[in-house]
Design a protein. Structure first.
Ligand SMILES: Cc1ncc(COP(=O)(O)O)c(C=O)c1O
Length: 365
């Protein structure tokens, strides 16, 4: 445990660490939210006090990501997983094709849902290399008539991340950014739709953010359930039904915290420094630790690695747990080790972990 604040060294993959300052503010406001005499959870979602929270969160996200005027920010529910269905339901008509860039298990899940609605295909897949890499742009072969191209910007389980994104011209580009949104700057205008569950980089679970180009909303299939249409949420400022008000409040507070830190550029610098600490412990270990991802495809958010033999790996994970490092086991589908170093994970947590890695190696090699 970190003795200063009695907080765990939290490397959970999601839900994950939240900024301490945000938690403290939420605690302070919990019982009497800004003079209303009630908690934010008890406010009507139609009240002026809540609407301010809601609109402030939208405005902050627009500001931090420099989202152009012709896009809308929506707050949805159902997580990234419901987006896997909503995307094809809205934008792939029966018989149409959509290209999926396959870079991991979450791309596979998105693809499986799309098969229920139309004729998706793999633009490219890096499965043959155990999803160790992000494809090169020249590997992306798709059709100009595709309904859209879908990619996963950060592969939470395999620890790979796109460094830049392709330009797909008239074919809408759609991204699942669940595990790296707001971790580094990117050009929103390359995308028609971006979605992300909040529980890694933006706030608590229960809120899903969608950033959608307005003209795409108009092109959606009208014959689908009301709650699953992006247009329903867009027409109603994400207040068609009761939104997850506390989650949206927390998301707004996380965004304010990012703004105070100096915005996305300051955050990127911090994220790079944090990830470097752990990647260095891997790279300087002479093979005691080895990373899963190819170096050029490495993620700044999820650092995946193995220890040189299985028995030592078990010992490493057990000792890490004993030392207070939480969430260091790899995803149950792949095993190994993973440190998720999302935006709110402090530098000190990563430093303590890299020191632990070096020390464990010194004692056990
Ligand atoms: C990249 C990615 N997409 C989608 C999901 C699924 O998100 P949810 O649990 O919000 O449905 C996850 C969950 O970890 C993820 O990492």
């Amino acid at each position: 445990m970190n003795s200063l604040v009695q907080r765990a060294y939290n490397f959970n993959a999601g839900p994950s660490a939240l900024p301490l300052a945000v938690l403290e503010k939420a605690k302070q406001e919990l019982i009497d939210f800004r003079g209303t005499g009630m908690s934010v959870m008890e406010l009507s979602h139609r009240s002026a006090a809540y609407e301010e929270v809601h609109n402030n969160a939208i405005a902050l996200l627009k500001e931090l990501l420099s989202i152009p005027e012709n896009y809308e920010v929506l707050f949805l529910q159902g997580g990234g997983s419901l987006q896997f269905s909503m995307v094809p339901m809205n934008f792939m008509k029966p018989g149409e094709k959509a290209g999926y860039i396959m870079t991991g298990s979450w791309s596979e899940k998105a693809f499986s849902e799309a098969k229920l609605f139309g004729d998706p295909y793999h633009v490219v897949s890096t499965k043959e290399s155990q999803y160790r890499r992000i494809p090169q742009f020249d590997e992306l072969q798709y059709n100009p008539t595709d309904a859209y191209i879908h990619l996963t910007s950060n592969n939470t389980i395999y620890g790979t991340q796109w460094k830049d994104f392709p330009v797909t011209g008239d074919v809408p580009l759609i991204a699942d950014m669940s595990s790296d949104i707001l971790s580094k700057p990117f050009d929103v205008s390359k995308f028609s739709l971006i979605y992300a569950g909040a529980q890694k980089n933006l706030g608590p679970s229960g809120v899903t953010v969608a950033i959608i180009r307005k003209d795409l909303i108009e092109k959606a299939n009208p014959n689908i359930p009301t709650m699953l249409k992006y247009s329903t949420h867009s027409k109603n400022n994400s207040l068609y039904n009761t939104p997850p008000t506390f989650g949206i409040y927390m998301l707004g507070e996380v965004l304010s915290w990012i703004k105070e830190l100096g915005g996305i550029h300051a955050l990127t610098e911090r994220n790079e420094e944090k990830a470097k600490l752990i990647y260095e412990a891997i790279d300087q270990s002479n093979g005691f630790y080895f990373g899963h991802a190819e170096v050029e495809s490495r993620s700044l958010m999820n650092i995946t690695f193995r220890v040189k033999d299985e028995e030592l790996e078990k010992k490493f994970l057990a000792e890490a747990k004993k030392e207070g490092f939480v969430g260091v086991n790899g995803h149950r589908s792949v095993g190994g080790c993973r440190a998720s170093t999302y935006n709110a994970v402090p530098y000190e947590t990563c430093k303590a972990f890299s020191e632990f890695m070096v020390q464990f190696q010194n004692v056990n090699q």
